[in-house]
Design a binder for this molecule. Structure first.
Ligand SMILES: C[S@@+](CC[C@H](N)C(=O)[O-])C[C@H]1O[C@@H](n2cnc3c(N)ncnc32)[C@H](O)[C@@H]1O
Length: 277
């Protein structure tokens, strides 16, 4: 039976069977819980893959994803189905808290390590790099590790290149100190200064899988990604991530997210801000 979702002119209708298969695929691969009513989203994001393969329906595409030889296409589908919305200095209260309450008390002789988990295209990581460089100067070494499940978005993060209409929230002082304005074919873009890019690295990491050996961090930003997971997945991800925090380390989650009621070794110290016990 074909369900009653009305597609836009450029979209393929999604049968119940195809929707369930794609919903199951992204849940198994990324832990993302699409819920029961994201047919329009699925259709609009995957439509270009139908054209690419000259397929007629999302049922055929869902079958293609089941093929074990379709590794590249499965990654492409993850890239397209994940939501990468982000911007510089998003939820600025966390940056203020970090500066006032966390950086102040860090011992000068130890490298300050921060993980932007689910970094998307890197705006969060580079915003943090600006704050760390500004605060520590040459006194204390620091490094930032960014990660995301999406290969395409990690490539973008590594480039450090952004369209200038997306930089409104960067403080003017930081703009002049840490960002280079593009010229010629890079007109309309800015490049994050190599001084920050050299201390910021990105990797493809799926938070629902065993985490690689990445060492211990003083701070982890895990913002605006928990909303896509069910409670069990959320709790597993947070538990795994806090094993990578030093004792006393800090976890920031997004302002619209909650980990209340989970039995985790964390103490709430400010809104959406936790200290590892
Ligand atoms: C909305 S963005 C948040 C970016 C940034 N943290 C912020 O707050 O602006 C969510 C990111 O989570 C990533 N993501 C979704 N599922 C993931 C998973 N299982 N493992 C790692 N990253 C994932 C998506 O690819 C996306 O880039």
């Amino acid at each position: 039976m074909v369900n009653a979702t009305v597609p836009r002119i450029d979209q393929e209708p999604v049968s119940t069977k195809a929707y369930q298969a794609i919903r199951e695929f992204i849940y198994q691969e990324a832990g993302i819980d699409l819920g029961g009513a994201k047919q329009m989203l699925v259709s609009s994001r995957l439509n270009k893959r139908l054209r690419h393969y000259t397929l007629q329906t999302l049922d055929e595409y869902a079958d293609l994803l089941k093929n074990p030889a379709a590794g590249e296409e499965r990654q492409m589908a993850i890239d397209l189905l994940s939501t990468n919305e982000t911007y510089f200095f998003r939820e600025p209260g966390h940056f203020e808290h970090l500066r006032k309450e966390v950086l102040q008390s860090h011992p000068q002789d130890r490298t300050f390590r921060l993980w932007s988990a689910a970094s998307s295209s890197g705006e969060e990581a580079y915003s943090l790099a600006m704050v760390l460089d500004d605060f520590f100067g040459r006194r204390t070494n620091w490094e930032i590790f960014g990660s995301d499940i999406s290969r395409r978005i990690i490539q973008k993060a590594n480039s450090g290149l952004y369209q200038t209409h997306r930089i409104d929230a960067i403080p003017k002082d930081y703009l002049s100190r840490y960002c280079r304005k593009g010229i010629g074919r890079y007109e309309g873009f800015l490049l994050v200064d190599s001084k920050l890019r050299d201390k910021t690295r990105f990797a493809e990491i799926n938070l629902t899988r065993n985490l690689p050996d990445v060492g211990l961090f003083e701070v982890i930003f895990l913002r605006n990604v928990l909303i896509y997971f069910d409670d069990l997945t959320k709790e597993t991800i947070v538990r795994n991530l806090i094993s990578k925090l030093r004792p006393g380390g800090i976890l920031y989650i997004g302002h619209s997210e909650s980990i209340k009621g989970m039995n985790l070794p964390l103490t709430l110290i400010a809104p959406t801000t936790y200290r590892k016990q």
